[in-house]
Design a protein around this ligand. Sequence first.
Ligand SMILES: C[S@@+](CC[C@H](N)C(=O)[O-])C[C@H]1O[C@@H](n2cnc3c(N)ncnc32)[C@H](O)[C@@H]1O
Ligand code: SF4
Length: 400
Amino acid sequence: MPSALPDGEPAPASGTLPVTALEGLGTRPFGVYVHVPFCRTRCGYCDFNTYTAEELGPGATRTSYAGSAIAELRLAAQVLGADAAPVQTVFVGGGTPTLLPPHDLVAVLGAVREVFGLAPGAEVTTEANPDSVDAESLAALRAGGFTRVSFGMQSAVQHVLAVLDRTHTPGRPQAAVREAYAAGFEQVSLDLIYGAPGESAQDWQRSLDVALDSGPTHVSAYALVVEQGTRLGRQVARGELPAPDDDVLADRYLQAEQALRPLGWYEVSNWGQPCRHNVGYWRGGDWWGVGPGAHSHVGGVRWWNVTHPTAYAGRLAAGASPAVGRELLSGSQRRAERVLLELRLRTGLPLEVLHPAGLAAARRACGDGLLEPAAHADGRAVLTLRGRLLADAVVRDLVD
Ligand SMILES: C[S@@+](CC[C@H](N)C(=O)[O-])C[C@H]1O[C@@H](n2cnc3c(N)ncnc32)[C@H](O)[C@@H]1O
Ligand code: SF4
């Protein structure tokens, strides 16, 4: 069944993979991502592949979604064969996965277990909007095998939540964290966004303090990105709202590092007990992405699914692969991606990955206070705090 396609050629209907990609499968970490493309309302800043009930149109429904995702998992098992098992991490993201009833999410997890098996101690995460769960639904998810929940808190301050179009009230994320621990979740994460229009340094400090006080095992803090084509993007383009200022964003990042230091950073935007699934992405692992618009990567082959939920459901109902394109990564692409992703990790990048110009740039970056000299002497490129603020520029220099 495996086939060899040139770069960029659409994936065939049967969803086969080149033999080279399948070599070594089962020796590398293997994860499953499940994209749930539904939200109750759309936040003005968000350009993720997600649909409100009005945006969805006829054809696909929330109620039929779990069935389509399970059909894709069965297809995945045929393509990868027995060598892929078992899955070490599952991440259900969105969108708002918890808009689906817990039994649907548990059924999808059950299909992962059935087709690939779950490794002992597997990490099983779902994202959740704080106002889309309650004590009962969290208990059902925990009983069904989820071990980790990641709440989109974003801010603790009402006017910041309002400018971000968030639907929850300021106290709800902390209550959701308590409910998650009471339900027996081992790990609880909070996502925060900084740099929203009108957010002061004091507002951001309050969000950091409130988040930490609720006792999460993990916090992500992202600078607000103004995406083109979003409502926020249009408001900024029309001059109705100011774009985030780079110097302010740098100050906010330093504030985050100061507050979150007790959790410990492990990736530029992440502190605490690492999310093993995301570490798999950053270290070039294998994963199958289930769902509309989901991307997958196995052994240097990357492919992606059709974006709209109706087209996705239709393809699977017809027994066809939902994949619409793929690329075979060249050696230089894989190296550039490795620099880009591993340099963001606290464990850093082995210097042997770099070419001579990149090695020279790494020596200069040490002199400029952007890379840790001690780690450099040990053969690794590890960002300093100043380097984390300028990570994109350091990556550009090291890739040469
Ligand atoms: C896809 S969302 C899923 C979580 C969930 N739907 C929620 O929003 O609560 C994952 C995270 O991406 C972040 N995010 C989405 N769009 C962003 C943007 N334009 N700038 C910065 N962070 C963003 C938010 O912190 C969000 O919690
Ligand atoms: S940020 Fe989360 S809740 Fe808001 S639209 Fe995006 S995926 Fe949906």
